[in-house]
Write a protein that binds this ligand. Structure first.
Ligand code: HEC
Length: 116
């Protein structure tokens, strides 16, 4: 009886641990891709308003929508990587975005410019 109990305990432990490692592997194999709605929209709202957000009174090219941001992504990345003070630097009159914020735009492009 004791033997059966300990065998059951071992079997249970093996099951639990093998489940753990297989679910971890599955998560690593399918990294979540960046998309406009989850990753990009909020960064633009925080850094490119009011100028590029018509509802905030902006009258520059609107970046409150997926289509414009997608079509201009190369120009957006080029400008946010310029040195502050350089002609064309964005956000205009602001300070340079952090590397991790710039990387949101780059990663989104790498991942295929998904909307959601
Ligand atoms: C203080 C206002 C202001 C802010 C904030 C701002 N911009 Fe701009 N942006 C402008 C102005 C003015 C222009 C037009 C002049 C020019 O092209 O440099 C412009 C033009 C641009 C263009 C060229 C658009 C075109 O018509 O080809 C891009 C791309 C751009 N901005 C990206 C951004 C991004 C990305 C942010 C946020 C990280 C941002 N801007 C923040 C004022 C701003």
């Amino acid at each position: 009886m004791k033997k059966i109990l300990s065998l059951t305990a071992i079997a249970t432990a093996v099951l639990v641990f093998s489940n753990c490692s297989s679910s971890k592997k599955a998560a690593a194999a399918v990294p979540v891709k960046y998309n406009y709605e989850t990753n990009v929209q909020s960064v633009i709202a925080a850094n490119c308003a009011p100028c590029h957000i018509p509802s905030k009174g902006g009258n520059k090219r609107p970046y409150d929508n997926f289509a414009n941001v997608k079509s201009d992504i190369d120009e957006i990345i080029r400008r946010i990587e310029l040195a502050p003070g350089t002609r064309g630097f964005m956000p205009m009159r602001g300070s340079k975005l952090s590397d991790s914020t710039i990387n949101v735009f780059k990663q989104w492009k790498t991942d295929g410019l998904l909307e959601k």
